[in-house]
Design a protein around this ligand. Structure first.
Ligand code: FHN
Length: 596
């Protein structure tokens, strides 16, 4: 055969392969779209962490063990032979699957994700793969997952399973138990995956009817091929079953934010955040740090306003009861949702890329929902809405809200003014609904808010660093790991009300206020002026959107903006002080008008 003919032959083969690959990609994407439909509409699910750890409930041999309850075996380094004994006591006679489903429904949660096997390796369902399961190893002898599957069917709630695919402290080849098996080099994770994980996942997808999703967790030692293999196994048994992002290596159907983290910024993929109602997942008798219903509702709506799903946890007791504070909070969320569900279930994110000072926005085609947390004294003013508003009303009682809309071409500013009643109709989250045409149209540039403040959020900054090196934006939208002084940030923004401004740097402490580093010197260039400032602790404060990560404010200096217009700001470090490799953790740079 001539080279030319050979070439044509090869071209034909490679074209056929390319077409086949793109066809396969399209089909895979179509399948993903199909299976995510119900989940995107749902927006809200109930997580259940339930296992043997509910018996010690945070206490081992008379000692309160710090940390999350389901980790007690690891934190207290309990040998398998001892921890296994808990199974003999596990007899949750008060468990009632219909009641659990009723709790989910009372909240308006559309799906339940229950721990079928957590890191302790104990199967909470009747498994043929391992005798270490609730039916074979406990006096209870019932299969609560079977009962829950039936109750979910009756109640119209999607049943989903949590499954810990890498950590298994009960198995020598599973990841994590270094107290019984200290020689990690002897572990054969692939063997564990084949012998326990895959057969158990198969059981879960075969014996309990249609499953909404499998919530894999802590990918740790798993390889990309193994993650893909697990995802493909799920889809081969139940093509409509969603696979969570924590299967690892980005091969899941959606992304999972960190625990108790509500992602910000432009989240391009579908995402979900798992959230605790107190500070633990599995039941702990000494954890009564319950979030208020107002905080939970705010978290739910904040997640939806950023395009995500909210998975709120309950941790039932060893008797099989969902703790009363959880039951009450679920009902309170539900009471609010019954009035406001159109602003949550199936709702789309805010059209603004940044947060607004008074609350947040969710949308639908033809509608905008203003969740007003900071109820104004008389009027609520919004900058940057370009859509024409046909009607405004309170979602809670349908009362009409008067409004005016204007556009100042000279400074390129669109203003909506809403005349709100003196008191909000709902103590938790009062929604003003706007009727608009089609999808909401807004000016997405960073701009001055009606109170005169300009907030330059870190997650919308242009980052000047070598790709993949040094600083990065974490899922909370905070720029962290900023340790090199050659890395810097810049923003473009719009000022419509000129004047003198205090420049404030908002930085973040580590989780639970566990560490912060300051003393860094920075230069800010804006509006033709240069400020030499420092990151010092001028005041620590609550983080309004995430109570686990407090803020620290530093006043860097002052700047004068003479006239309305578009401006640019560069923030460059002169020095970064670090002992613990935390460095500069930037939330935002704020320009706050100086009172005249
Ligand atoms: O280690 C687990 C933890 O116990 C809990 O299950 C959470 C829920 O998101 N996931 C892991 C930590 O991220």
């Amino acid at each position: 055969m001539s080279f030319a003919r050979q070439g044509i032959g090869l071209l034909a083969v490679s074209l056929a392969l390319t077409t086949a690959t793109s066809f396969a990609q399209t089909t895979a994407e179509q399948a993903r779209e199909k299976r995510l439909q119900w989940w995107r509409e749902a927006r809200f699910g109930m997580f259940i962490h339930w296992g043997l750890y509910a018996i010690p409930a945070g206490e081992w041999k008379g000692q309160l063990i710090p940390g999350i309850g389901e980790w007690i075996m690891n934190r207290a380094k309990i040998p398998v032979a001892e921890y296994e004994q808990l199974a003999k006591q596990f007899n949750p006679v008060k468990f009632n699957a219909d009641q659990w489903v009723a709790v989910a429904k009372s909240a308006g949660a559309k799906y339940i994700v229950i721990t079928s096997k957590h890191h302790d390796g104990f199967a909470m369902y009747g498994s043929r793969v391992s005798k270490y399961n609730i039916v074979d190893a406990t006096p209870f002898r019932r299969d609560p997952i079977k009962e829950l599957a039936a109750a979910c069917q009756r109640g119209g709630v999607k049943l989903c399973f949590y499954y810990s695919q890498t950590q298994d402290w009960h198995e020598p080849d599973g990841d994590g138990n270094t107290w019984d098996w200290p020689d990690v080099s002897k572990k054969n994770f692939a063997r564990y995956l084949e012998d326990k994980v895959k057969p158990q996942v198969r059981e879960l997808l075969t014996n309990y009817g249609p499953i909404g999703l499998i919530w894999f967790d802590t990918p740790r030692v798993i390889t990309a091929e193994q993650s893909q293999g697990l995802r493909d196994l799920v889809h081969s048994i139940q093509p409509d079953c969603i696979v969570s992002g924590r299967v690892g290596h980005g091969v899941g159907d959606y992304d999972s934010a960190g625990d108790n983290q509500i992602s910000v910024g432009v989240v391009k993929r579908d995402w979900e955040t798992p959230v605790t109602m107190n500070d633990t997942w599995g039941f702990k008798k000494d954890d009564s740090n319950w979030k208020s219903p107002a905080v939970l509702i705010k978290q739910l709506t904040r997640t939806v306003s950023r395009g995500g799903n909210y998975l709120l946890n309950v941790g039932p007791t060893a008797e099989g009861l969902i703790p009363q504070p959880s039951v009450e909070r679920m009902a309170q969320i539900g009471a609010w949702l019954r009035v406001n569900s159109e602003a949550v279930n199936g709702a789309a994110p805010s059209p603004f890329p940044y947060e607004l000072p008074w609350g947040l926005i969710t949308t639908r085609t033809g509608k905008m929902y203003l969740h007003v947390f900071e109820w104004p004294k008389n009027e609520l003013v919004i900058h940057g809405l370009k859509s024409k508003v046909g009607k405004a009303y309170l979602l809670a009682n349908k009362n009409t809200v008067k409004f005016t809309q204007s556009s100042d071409k000279a400074v390129d500013l669109d203003v909506l003014r809403l005349q709100l009643p003196a008191t909000p109709p709902d103590a938790n989250d009062s929604i003003v609904a706007l009727e608009i045409e089609g999808r909401a149209q807004v000016d997405t540039s960073l701009q001055q808010q009606p109170d005169g403040t300009v907030t330059l959020v870190a997650y919308l900054a242009e980052m000047h660093n070598a790709p993949g090196q040094g600083m990065r934006v974490d899922s909370r939208g905070v720029v962290e790991r900023w340790l090199r002084k050659e890395d810097w940030l810049s923003w473009d923004f719009k000022v419509t009300g000129p004047g003198d401004f205090e420049v404030v740097l908002v930085t973040s402490e580590q989780k639970y206020g566990n560490g912060w580093e300051g003393g860094h010197r920075v230069t800010l260039d804006t509006a033709g002026q240069q400020i030499a400032g420092a990151v010092n602790n001028d005041g620590r404060e609550e983080n309004p959107s995430d109570n686990y990560w407090p803020y620290v404010r530093s006043k860097a200096g002052r700047v004068k903006v003479d006239k309305a217009g578009r401006y640019h700001l560069d923030l460059k470090p002169e020095s970064i002080e670090t002992q613990r490799k935390l460095g500069l953790t930037l939330v935002s740079v704020m320009l706050v008008p100086v009172a005249k």
